[in-house]
Design a protein around this ligand. Structure first.
Ligand code: SF4
Length: 532
């Protein structure tokens, strides 16, 4: 139990997509800038729930959690509970009506106010609610506490000008707001200065970036400019939208070595009739044409997608169209969702909602098809040498299998063996391995006994420093892959994001692992809130 004069601890609980995970990094950053410290497993003085309104049942989950927290708060003097994010933006004071023990409710546009709202709630002994309808400060200008030393997310835009009928994002995040290129590049530079090798550019619809300041070609230019940053080895982005995916972006990808051969291109449905009902302005032929042009310029590109099964009115013929496009598209992986009603979206009130049993059966057929294709695509990589950035915490079975894990340039997850006597690479170091075996959702690179080819990186050094700091051990900058072995759990690594994959039983509920055998693209895995 803490008193108010002590340093206050906080915990942020995150639901939903990577935009929310990134927002939570900003919430943590704002709290730490205001003097709060992470609770690190002990009962926190301030619990912040960053909600997601996209999922059905999100509110049931929230109120279940709040119910539990009410009893914790009763015995924890001075504890505060804050609820923010999309559901807060949508439900506003309903949250305080249903859970009056909540201290602060804030929306998606005013995350930076959290410390002052907590302070005001404490001072006035009264719940504070502040929901802004539009963005006042671009969220990326808030302090951020990053979860990974070697990889970072950088927002380039928030909001979306499209009106897809299944999506709540436009209602909750508002119209697209673009960040100025100079600001974005400065943030990338500072990440690289801190040791990052990789960035993922984030936006609901990245290739419409520039619409706000009138430059149709801005996204391609941004990729090229980011590619000039010394030390930045891997650039990824999510999510683009097929309607506005122009050839200048494909050219920028192909001509910028740091842009990785990987693309997430949300299909949603293969049926033109359903795409129209979804208010998605491209058609399946255009979609497949984009993939052809990408592969022409970037032959080794791994392309992933999102697909919704059982949109209202979807017939067996429509679904067959989806299967046809999936067969032709040869996706490396797919995040498949069973359609479920999201209150507040236009599709929620459409007639002809498809019965659950039919959705389930179609979903299983689609998952089986994609699993076969993922396996076949992965089998094509056996025997190939790939460069991996060593990950941290991505291989749940690594300890049992005596392997380490990393991401290839195309973002495939590879579990590799550490030959006896080889130096153990640190998270963020780069290793070169030969693929020996394929499964639908991961690859294996087992050793032939020769020493592992390891390139020690600045990111590995940054990991060493962060590790030492977390143990209170002062460390000189630098270090190498030949430093003494580090074993055991660590506090850093890729942001933990649970996502679905085609055969990973992705459902609209969306809580999934991305360890071996489950998913191939976790860093920037698209979920509903970043569908594009
Ligand atoms: S699905 Fe993507 S493009 Fe469509 S409205 Fe939602 S965020 Fe915008």
């Amino acid at each position: 139990m803490s008193t108010l004069s002590e340093t206050r601890t906080y915990e942020v609980r995150t639901y939903g997509c990577q935009m929310n995970v990134h927002d939570s990094e900003r919430l943590s950053g704002s709290l730490e800038a205001a003097g709060y410290v992470p609770a690190d497993g002990v009962e926190a003085d301030v619990v912040v729930i960053n909600t997601c309104a996209v999922r059905e049942n999100a509110d049931n989950k929230l109120y279940g959690n709040l119910g539990h927290l009410a009893s914790v708060k009763r015995r924890h003097e001075g504890m505060q509970i804050a609820v923010g994010g999309c559901l807060a933006q949508k439900d506003k004071n309903v949250i305080l009506d249903k859970a009056p023990w909540v201290d602060v409710v804030f929306g998606t546009h005013n995350m930076g106010s959290l410390p002052s709202l907590l302070e005001r709630a404490r001072h006035n002994d009264e719940a504070q609610i502040e929901i802004l309808e539009s963005l006042e400060t671009f969220p990326s200008t808030l302090p951020t506490k990053r979860d990974s030393t070697f990889s970072g997310w950088v927002s380039i835009s928030v909001g979306c000008n499209n009106t897809c009928t299944f999506c709540i994002v436009p209602a909750l995040r508002g119209k697209e707001k673009d960040r100025r290129p100079g600001e974005i590049l400065a943030e990338i530079q500072s990440l690289v200065d801190d040791g990052a090798l990789e960035v993922t550019l984030l936006g609901q619809n990245v290739n419409s970036y520039g619409v706000e300041f009138g430059d149709r070609l801005a996204f391609g230019k941004l990729l090229r400019a980011a590619g000039q940053i010394e030390g930045l080895e891997r650039i990824r982005f999510t999510s683009p939208h097929p309607a506005a995916f122009t050839d200048d972006v494909i050219d920028a990808m192909a001509e910028t070595p740091a842009v990785m051969p990987q693309l997430h291109m949300p299909l949603q449905s293969g049926s033109d009739r359903i795409l129209r009902a979804m208010r998605r302005s491209y058609r399946s032929a255009k979609f497949l044409g984009i993939l052809d042009r990408v592969r022409e310029k970037i032959p080794n590109a791994a392309i992933s997608t999102d697909i919704i099964v059982g949109f209202p009115g979807e017939t067996e013929e429509d679904f067959q169209e989806t299967l046809r496009v999936v067969e032709q598209a040869r996706f490396a992986s797919a995040f498949t969702f069973q359609y479920s009603i999201r209150p507040g979206t236009p599709a929620a009130t459409l007639p002809d909602q498809v019965p659950h049993a039919i959705v389930q059966e179609r979903y299983e057929r689609l998952a089986a098809l994609q699993e076969r294709i993922s396996l076949e695509e992965n089998q094509g990589l056996v025997g190939r040498r790939v460069e991996l950035v060593v990950a941290n915490g991505e291989g749940r079975k690594d300890t049992a299998t005596h392997r380490l894990s990393g991401r290839a340039e195309d973002s495939r997850l590879v579990h590799f063996e550490l030959p006896a006597g080889s130096p153990r690479p640190r998270p963020g170091d780069v290793v070169s391995v030969v693929i020996t075996q394929a499964a639908p959702f991961h690859l294996l690179a087992d050793s032939d006994g020769s020493p592992l080819a390891v390139r020690a990186t600045r990111a590995g050094d940054a990991w060493d420093r962060a590790e030492a700091e977390s143990c209170g051990v002062p460390t000189a900058a630098g270090g190498s892959a030949t430093s003494p072995t580090k074993v055991g759990p660590v506090s850093l690594g890729l942001p933990t994001l649970r996502v679905g994959s085609a055969a990973g039983a992705a459902s609209a509920a969306g809580a999934h692992d991305h360890g071996p055998g489950v998913s191939t693209v976790p860093i920037y895995s698209p979920t509903d809130d970043l569908r594009g």
